[in-house]
Structure formats: C-alpha cells, structure tokens
Design a protein around this ligand. Structure first.
Ligand SMILES: C[S@@+](CC[C@H](N)C(=O)[O-])C[C@H]1O[C@@H](n2cnc3c(N)ncnc32)[C@H](O)[C@@H]1O
Length: 259
C-alpha cells in the first residue's frame, strides 16, 4: 500500500527534469529567505544545525574556484563528516546540480547515533542524534539520486579505514565538509582524507569558533594535521556565521606541494 508521501514522490519523479529542478530551487530559496529573515533578527533557525544563508555563498564560491582552478571535469568527490539531518548535504547536492557538476559524488559519514564521547569535555555525548531512516527518507523526498550519494553509518574510529576507501572507490576529493564538532572526530576525518587530497581541496569547518579561541575542537585537529603533514599548505579564504557575527564556520584552500 502506497503512503501519500510515496505517491507524492512518484508524481515528483515523473515531472520533467527542468520542472523538478526549478521546484527544488524555489523550495531552497524560500527556506533561504526564511533563514535570512530569522538571522537578520538574530535568531538561529532552531530546526537546523547549519545556517544555509551563510553557508551557501561560501559553497558557491568554492565551486567557482575549483572549476576555474582545475576545470569542472577534474573536480573530485565531496565528503561530508557530520550528516545528522542531512541539511547541508542536501544543500550541497542541489548546488552541485545547479552548477552542472553531475559527475561529482557525495559521501556522508555519520554515526546516526549522535556525538561520541568528547575527550575535551566540550560536547555532550549523544547530541545531534538523527535516525538513519529519517535522514534517508528526507533526502529521498528532496529527490536525491542515490547513484551519486552514499551514506556511511558508524563511528569514525570504526568506519574510516583504508578498506573503506577501496570499497567506495574513492580516488580524489576536492570538497570536504567537517561538521562533526569534536576535536577527535575532525582529526579522524582529516586523516582519512589525507591520501585523497591529490592536488587541492576546499575544506569547510562548520564549528571552528568559538572553540578555536581556546585552541580546541576543529582548529586543534587542523593545526595538528598540518604539523603532521608539512606537504600541505592551507590558506583561509572565508568565514561564515551560525548566529550573526559568531564566525562559527571557516573555509580553507588546502594544497599539496608538488614532489
Ligand atoms: C552538528 S551535526 C551535523 C549537522 C549536519 N551537517 C546538518 O546539516 O544537519 C554533527 C554530526 O556529527 C556526527 N559525528 C560527530 N563525531 C562523529 C564520529 N566520531 N563518528 C560518527 N559521527 C560523528 C554526529 O553524529 C552528528 O550527527
């Protein structure tokens, strides 16, 4: 028996591609306008863990830069660490579609059981719990093409292995979204990405501040990563807010020196 939601999905999938894309775009613009209004008044949207209106221009700039630098056809995959409800993943997927980058695959990594224990004691264990089925369902409704998008469920210390790189057929990443809050998680994510940054990648840290001021969290992980890998050079190219003025997110271009 088909549920009303499934029937709607079937109808949506039968619409012409141009109409599906423009409906998707309209939905995102409406959400973006709502977010700008809330952000303008100083209120974060409590149902979202990212600020779409702030992230979007940074993401577009990253795509523009990568296309100019390496050519659209040479852009590698996008890896997101910290999928939770799938908001940023969905947003980035739509932007890739809009940019015509249909060959870029997206991989999302999350425990779907919330945050693990934080050795720095900053974050509560289990926070940001999102259920796998709900996230898949919500991305389904957005019209995600599962041939291009893969979600890997589990804690990074178990999942982020060399075997997984082979299993997923990962060769090159060009965009990395670190949205997993914790120092240890960000470090595990960066270590996993290291062999996949062949020439250059744009790396987003969605939770840079306020912990960066105490040299904790994602900044600590990135500093250690760069110390351990002097072959990489990082240049900060942007900041974005969650609540107005908090500069919660930071964007870097990371390039590997030629041998
Ligand atoms: C702030 S949420 C991500 C928000 C998401 N980008 C969005 O748009 O809704 C952080 C996520 O990181 C995940 N996470 C953090 N550390 C992890 C780890 N070591 N292993 C697996 N998942 C982890 C949590 O489960 C949580 O879903």
């Amino acid at each position: 028996m088909t549920t009303p939601r499934e029937s709607l999905q079937i109808v949506f999938s039968r619409l012409p591609r141009w109409l599906r894309n423009s409906l998707r775009r309209t939905r995102w613009w409406l959400r973006w306008a709502k977010w700008r209004l809330l952000a303008h008044r100083g209120y974060p949207n409590p149902s979202l863990f990212i600020n779409e209106g702030e992230l979007l221009p940074q993401f577009r700039e990253a795509l523009r830069y990568l296309q100019e630098k390496m050519g659209a056809e040479n852009i590698g995959d996008l890896l997101e660490f910290g999928v939770c409800q799938g908001t940023s993943l969905g947003l980035m997927y739509d932007e890739l579609l809009d940019a015509g980058l249909n060959h870029v695959r997206l991989f999302g990594f999350d425990s779907f059981a919330g945050l693990p224990h934080d050795v720095e004691g900053e974050w509560e264990e289990g926070r940001f719990l999102a259920h796998w089925e709900d996230v898949v369902d919500s991305l389904d409704q957005q019209g995600i093409d599962w041939k291009r998008v893969s979600l890997v469920k589990g804690f990074y210390e178990d999942t982020l292995t060399e075997e997984l790189i082979a299993e997923l057929g990962l060769h090159k990443v060009s965009l990395i979204m670190i949205d997993c809050d914790l120092y240890s998680s960000a470090k595990e994510a960066l270590d996993f990405c290291e062999p996949l940054i062949l020439d250059e990648a744009v790396v987003f840290f969605d939770d840079w501040n306020p912990l960066a001021k105490a040299n904790k969290g994602e900044k600590r992980a990135f500093d250690e990563f760069l110390q351990e890998h002097p072959e990489f050079e990082a240049v900060a190219v942007g900041v974005y807010d969650y609540t107005p003025g908090d500069q919660c997110g930071k964007v870097f271009r990371v390039s590997r020196a030629r041998a």
